[in-house]
Design a protein around this ligand. Structure first.
Ligand code: SF4
Ligand code: SF4
Length: 306
């Protein structure tokens, strides 16, 4: 918390500062310091002390089901942030076109992109295998979370004309966490990857911050694709969290939400309880718990990415 932050002492010597030696034929080596050993509030020192914890990385895979591949592009859109992630925190062990591995391996975090086509036995089996081999399974993007545009597919697609049953992945396997949006923004992917690392490998303070950040996304997954317009009313709009962005109205497949005076109005008679508005609303997961810990969360992410 801002008020609890200890006074910084810039002149304090670094604990793991490498011993200074006169110039010699061998360059001095830095001691290895993992991010999990670093205290968040001393992030200025983190930048100077951090060494790549290669042996301590988590493994991440991306399972591609029925979607447009936009989520995979978003993952790559992290640019230099992606290199930092892959250098220090995560090994990408499975991903369409990016990793030459044909069978689903064991992994810490599996990002599942796209909905699951029940007519495609291979997709169903791959999804179940990924669930069995992952510690954390993430519905990565709107199609995986609640079906999104693929729910409108009723067969007759150009390359797969016989496929007509596309469902959110939560209808086939248990999902630990939603990372919604179409596609999720690169920063959100980066933040979730860093927070997953800190949750699995961090110190107690980092685990606490990671829990605060990830819990609303886990709660989204628990609601699955069953949240309705009323949940949006009670959890977001009535709580004063709505910022009037209109995402819920734009995403509702039956036009049950209209924007009136800058705020959404839900027609409950039209609502089919698909969960789209709730999953897509940025304030359904960026709630008071996250806001109350926001400074510490961002310090942890920035400290890790520097
Ligand atoms: S039908 Fe519209 S209002 Fe109802 S849950 Fe789906 S997106 Fe929300
Ligand atoms: S998506 Fe959420 S924040 Fe945006 S208008 Fe709808 S309820 Fe408000």
């Amino acid at each position: 918390m801002p008020g609890d932050r200890p006074e910084q002492k810039p002149e304090k010597p670094l604990e793991n500062k490498p011993e200074v030696k006169p110039a010699a034929s061998q360059p001095p080596t830095k001691p290895a310091v993992k991010p999990s050993d670093v205290i968040v509030n001393e992030k200025v020192e983190v930048v100077q002390k951090e060494e790549k914890p290669v042996a301590d990385k988590i493994s991440i895979g991306e399972l591609h089901l029925s979607g447009c591949t936009g989520c995979l592009v978003t993952l790559a859109d992290n640019y230099e942030g992606l290199f930092k992630l892959l250098d220090d925190y995560a090994d990408l062990v499975y991903a369409l076109t990016l990793v030459d591995v044909r069978h689903v391996p064991a992994m810490d975090v599996c990002l599942v992109e796209g909905s699951c086509c029940l007519d495609d036995k291979l997709s169903v089996e791959e999804l179940k295998e990924a669930r069995a081999k992952s510690k954390v399974l993430v519905a990565y993007g709107a199609c995986a979370a609640y079906g999104n545009i693929t729910r409108f597919c009723r067969g007759g697609q150009w390359n797969q004309p016989g496929q007509e049953a596309f469902v959110p992945i939560s209808e086939v396997v248990d999902v630990d966490l939603y990372l919604p949006s179409c596609p999720p923004c690169p920063q959100a992917v980066r933040n979730v990857a860093v927070m997953a690392y800190l949750l699995l490998r961090g110190n107690d303070e980092q685990k606490s911050l990671a829990t605060a950040y990830l819990t609303p996304l886990m709660q989204l997954a628990q609601r699955g694709d069953t949240a309705c317009g009323c949940d949006l009313m009670y959890d977001v709009i009535n709580q004063g969290l709505c910022m009037g962005c209109g995402t819920c109205a734009g995403t509702c497949p039956v036009r049950a939400i209209t924007m009136e005076y800058g705020r959404p109005n839900v027609n409950r008679d039209l609502c089919i309880k698909c969960g789209a508005c709730y999953a897509q609303c940025p304030r359904s997961w960026f709630n008071f718990d996250v806001m109350n810990n926001y400074e510490g969360i961002m310090d942890a992410i920035r400290g890790a990415m520097q």
